[in-house]
Design a protein around this ligand. Structure first.
Ligand SMILES: [Zn+2]
Length: 350
């Protein structure tokens, strides 16, 4: 639904050229990009998580464009320094990757290295510890590998056919929506664990097969282009955790584990999932209290000077696998699309 709105909005903005007109108004001082997977296109028709991946070719076009543009690609530390000193003479872009997937190292890192561009990597420490639950992929696998699945809703067994690609897509969307509407993360995890067990999907394989291990992260961290940031331990939607001290522990513990592994204390944080249902004012305050220089959400938006007072509630622009066209990205980075999205509010930290 939201995606359709964004896409329609983008097309409209692009074709009317409105974004050029709005640029001085909404362009802001810079933007932080969010990426997840970078890997070659896959043939499967059922790819409900496709929005989380782009191809290496698309990344290379993006990097070439960024390097050729009249802006600076900078590290999160440099962004923080510019906010503190009020140095906004040149627009800037920060590149960030969430979750620490192996494909980053294999396909994205060589390109970033070749173009000499700094980037940050947000690691949930349970992923390299091989204890992470990539529940959205487990759900995808359950639906991909079965033509009928059973779900317990309110203690009652319900069965759903998902033989065709269309049925799989629809079922994924409804179950995903149902999971995201749950009030606690424990409930969500319990549901997916149970579903995976009953349909022969081993949840441990996603972490093992897709995520970097500690030696790989440690090696990457030695490159001065690389900033490693915290992304909690268990990749929980923090806002759904009732206990404030548990939220604090998720942030502080992931930073401590990364510091122990890397010999350097992470200064930046990304909230898992990061939308308004996953991170809100309580999380922004705790991140600031813990002394993180910056913390990023997935709320869509470009940066303004006013974000100086909201450095633990920064918006990002998602480089989304469903929008792998440069013109989409140009519109997003101009700030016009996200300004409409945000109702022309510059800072959205409520
Ligand atoms: Zn994440």
């Amino acid at each position: 639904m939201k995606q359709t709105i964004i896409r329609t909005g983008l097309e409209t903005l692009y074709f009317t050229g409105l974004h050029h007109f709005m640029r001085p108004l909404v362009g802001g001082i810079g933007a932080i990009l969010t990426l997840h997977h970078v890997r070659p296109a896959r043939p499967e028709a059922f790819q409900p998580n496709h929005l989380l991946e782009i191809t290496p070719e698309f990344l290379e076009r993006l990097l070439r464009r960024l390097r050729g543009a009249n802006l600076d690609v900078i590290s999160l530390d440099e962004m923080h320094a510019r906010f503190l000193s009020g140095d906004f003479k040149r627009r800037f872009v920060c590149i960030t990757f969430d979750d620490g997937y192996k494909d980053l190292q294999r396909f994205a890192y060589p390109l970033l290295k070749q173009y000499g561009l700094p980037f940050a990597l947000f690691i949930p420490t349970s992923f390299p510890d091989r204890l992470g639950e990539l529940w959205w992929l487990a759900l995808e696998a359950v639906i991909a590998q079965n033509s009928r699945i059973g779900i317990v809703i309110n203690g009652e067994d319900r069965f759903f056919d998902c033989g065709s690609v269309q049925e799989k897509r629809e079922l994924y969307d409804s179950v995903y929506g149902y999971l995201r509407s749950m009030t606690s993360e424990d409930e969500l995890r319990h549901f997916v664990r149970d579903l995976a067990v009953r349909h022969g999907v081993d949840m441990a394989v996603f972490c093992r097969d897709l995520c970097m291990d500690w030696p790989e992260i440690v090696e990457l961290a030695t490159d001065p282009l690389v900033t490693i940031g915290a992304h909690t331990v268990n990749h929980n939607m923090l806002k759904k955790m009732a206990d404030e001290s548990a939220v604090r522990a998720e942030m502080a513990m992931s930073r401590a584990v990364l510091e122990a592994a890397l010999g350097r204390r992470p200064q930046h944080l990304a909230y898992p999932v990061g939308d308004p249902t996953s991170a809100g004012p309580r999380e922004f305050r705790i991140a600031a209290e813990l002394g993180f220089k910056t913390a990023v959400t997935t709320r869509p938006g470009v940066l303004f000077k006013a974000h100086r007072d909201h450095l633990t509630a920064l918006p990002r622009i998602s480089v989304n696998g469903d929008f792998q066209r440069q013109r989409y990205l140009e519109v997003l980075m101009s700030g016009a699309a996200t300004a409409m999205w945000n109702g022309f509010r510059r800072v959205n930290a409520a």
